[in-house]
Design a binder for this molecule. Structure first.
Ligand code: GFB
Length: 310
């Protein structure tokens, strides 16, 4: 990839695509291609093929996806499997047909079995049953991984697949029904502080453990692997450390400055008990995350205050 390469970022208005776009712009890439949802419907095969035939991108970052937290995944599984299968199938196939040099596909750590050994290695894929709350999303992502691998095997198409852990950062979704836990807790503690509320309710038992990667670190890993990795094996992208949801809540409360009580609503699901990625494959390639959790949450809270908070 050089400064004059034609680079398409699918999903540039989302958390991940937005971070990749910012990073490419900062590095001085001159021919970045992006389309809003209104300009290009990625679930339409015709529209996607026409777009690729006209624009002929050389490099494709496939960051467009329907994503959401535990409740959104459990409530709308049909939307999650349908939209993700359509988007990724259309984009991967059109990129190959239009002669793209390389495509980077983004999966998720939820592709691994619910009870995979921890930390989860790339070879744990398809070794056991999935977590039911996000099975539809995970099956779509696993189909994407297999499609990328199959296009490499059958057509020699240079696609690679990255499995990021739970992500957060500027541009995240802060809607309390559909978001992931970290932005939800930033909002809940902020609003409780402003309102002087005596307690904040969070979902589940607080015992599940999650690993959190700042999206700017993910964007860095995406550029690194786009330039330095050409293999069919998937690559985990994480920080190699996790926290319990209760620990996360305490940390966010401290950063936001909320001193009230934390109450657990155990009628809400916990989901996977633990999701920690083994990042030794990526470390061996020479990459590591740089943004610490406390620093990352503090800057995301700043972004929330400037862009979302009323
Ligand atoms: O981030 P999250 O929605 O997704 O939830 P998953 C993580 C944990 O935080 C769960 C708890 O145990 C939740 O019950 N939690 C506590 C909360 N309070 C809240 C809250 O206010 N909002 C939310 N959202 N959670 C997702 C998958 O799983 O992870 C997706 O559904 C995707 O498929 C994503 O893979 C990375 O980590 O459980």
């Amino acid at each position: 990839m050089d400064r004059s390469s034609r680079i398409y970022v699918a999903g540039h208005r989302g958390l991940v695509g937005g971070a990749i776009l910012r990073r490419l712009q900062r590095e001085g890439f001159e021919r970045i291609i992006a389309r809003t949802h209104a300009e290009l419907d990625l679930t339409s095969q015709d529209a996607v093929r026409r777009f690729f035939d006209e624009e002929r991108p050389e490099y494709v970052f496939l960051a467009a996806a329907k994503v959401g937290g535990i409740l959104a995944n459990a409530t709308y599984p049909a939307d999650f499997i349908r939209e993700n299968l359509l988007i990724q199938t259309n984009v991967i196939d059109a990129a190959y047909r239009a002669g793209a040099r390389k495509l980077l596909f983004l999966g998720s750590s939820c592709i691994y079995p619910k009870h995979a050994p921890q930390p989860m290695k790339e070879e744990h894929l398809l070794t056991g049953p999935l977590e039911p709350t996000n099975e539809a999303y995970a099956v779509a992502k696993i189909a994407g991984i297999t499609m990328v691998k199959s296009y490499r095997r059958q057509y020699g198409f240079n696609g690679i697949s990255l499995m990021p852990t739970n992500l957060y950062g500027p541009g995240d979704n802060f809607d309390l029904e559909t978001s992931h836990v970290l932005p939800a807790l930033i909002r809940k503690f902020h609003e409780a502080k402003v309102a002087g509320a005596p307690s904040v309710t969070i979902w589940g038992t607080g015992r599940p453990r999650r690993e959190f990667l700042h999206v700017d670190d993910l964007a860095d890993a995406c550029l690194f692997l786009m330039q330095n990795y050409d293999d069919e094996e998937i690559v985990n992208v994480g920080v190699g450390e996790d926290v319990s949801i209760a620990e996360l809540a305490a940390l966010i409360a401290r950063i936001v400055g909320y001193e009230g009580e934390i109450v657990y609503d155990t009628s809400k699901p916990d989901g996977t008990p633990r999701k920690l990625l083994d990042v030794s494959r990526l470390s061996a390639l020479g990459w590591r995350a740089r943004i610490g959790l406390e620093e990352g949450i503090a800057s995301t809270y700043e972004w929330y205050l400037a862009n979302v908070a009323q």
